[in-house]
Write a protein that binds this ligand. Sequence first.
Ligand code: FMN
Length: 172
Amino acid sequence: MASIGLFYGSNTGNTENVAYILKEEFDKILPGAVDVHNIGRSTPEDILRYNNIIIGIPTWNTGELQDDWDAFMPKFNSMDMNGKKVALFGLGDQNGYGFNFQDAVGIVADKVMERGAQVWGLWPTSGYQFEESKAREDEFFLGLAVDEVGQTEMTRGRIQNWVKAVKAEFGL
Ligand SMILES: Cc1cc2nc3c(=O)[nH]c(=O)nc-3n(C[C@H](O)[C@H](O)[C@H](O)COP(=O)(O)O)c2cc1C
């Protein structure tokens, strides 16, 4: 088993693609560090097997969770996440949904903190244009914000920087 469990949900494939780019970038600095799982086929036990957890989620339907994460959400309530380190990344569209940009990251971050986890991998809000986000805390997002609709060309570089930060914050 790898040292990081990455769990993603994806309706149209963007978050899935980013999940595998993240794995590729981790492999460059920490070979074999990441196991990738689709949350649609995962249980709470699958997540709790890891101490270092990455969650990938797009925001859908104007401020809502992606379908598989939405279905999983109630299961968090039976999970003890004390001692777990969680880093989140989100997919969103700042031009199309500027009042709900990356909301799903904020919703899931709040839930895992409520269950006892520590959230790492905060990401600066500079370089994005949006009005409101449940994922925002002051000058940071509660995870890496990826926009494959309006800022595709920035995705690889953002991931590379975030992966280095998360590796350090996870103590790996
Ligand atoms: C109907 C619809 C609603 C969306 N709502 C939001 C939203 O509220 N906030 C946001 O940041 N992005 C929103 N998006 C953009 C998606 O998050 C974005 O397209 C993402 O890359 C999809 O990821 P996926 O392919 O992994 O499902 C929406 C897209 C669609 C088509």
